[in-house]
Write a protein that binds this ligand. Sequence first.
Ligand code: UDP
Ligand code: MN
Length: 277
Amino acid sequence: VTATPQPPITELDDIFISVKTTKNYHDTRLALIIKTWFQLARDQTWFFTDTDDHYYQEKTKGHLINTKCSQGHFRKALCCKMSAELDIFLQSGKKWFCHFDDDNYVNVPRLVKLLDEYSPTVDWYLGKPSISSPLEIHLDSKNTTTNKKITFWFATGGAGFCLSRALTLKMLPIAGGGKFISIGDKIRFPDDVTMGFIIEHLLKVPLTVVDNFHSHLEPMEFIRSDTFQDQVSFSYAHMKNQWNVIKVDGFDLKTDPKRFYSLHCQLFPYFSFCPPR
Ligand code: UDP
Ligand code: MN
């Protein structure tokens, strides 16, 4: 019998889960994460914010990192946080780096199962684009009058994405130690686009599309409830007086407008706040 080579077994503790947040979202977004999926990955999840906050520092058992990046939803602040996430992952020695936004629900066991299918010693960029064709950008090159046109895919940050350690080690010389920010400055695109530029364009490692990641750029209501277990991430958004949220039975809309408590109880019914079944 010839055994096919199998990737090494990946466990939760091999994963570094980073969540980007900001002062204004601690009460409105972080609190919800802490009550739900964070409880399944307390030692592996780190929150990257822009202020000191003793209350949430205690709630997360010291897992809140003040990046000292500026507050605000602008490119420089967001790239500064992503740069900090990457650098702290590199120091952690973990096998996988997974980034999420603070409006993501992470289905922790499914994330572990996903990464178990890949090897951390091979270059992997796993995520989901939110555009239907690769992004085309124009790089202004020095000493020439012609602009160079390039195209690449990027994984939407708001859906979450994962990088293998092998890939991040290749990124280290060009994007480590804060250099991620300079690359973002150069191309003048957001953090997730900068990530795609570094990985696909500079390192020539292609994005592997994983459809089980979901950002609120997709309509959440179309994710079928009988597939919740198989999804890696979910999100929500409130836009134009309407919620873009998953359709799930459970708590009423007033108690759970973002639907994450209801989703959590569908996936993990033994949690104390879930109704007895
Ligand atoms: N964010 C941030 N600083 C800000 C605003 C947002 O770090 O001033 C983070 C936020 O915590 C989230 C991500 O950026 O993780 C995306 O923010 P949001 O969901 O508000 O906007 P979107 O880009 O999804 O429309
Ligand atoms: Mn968002």
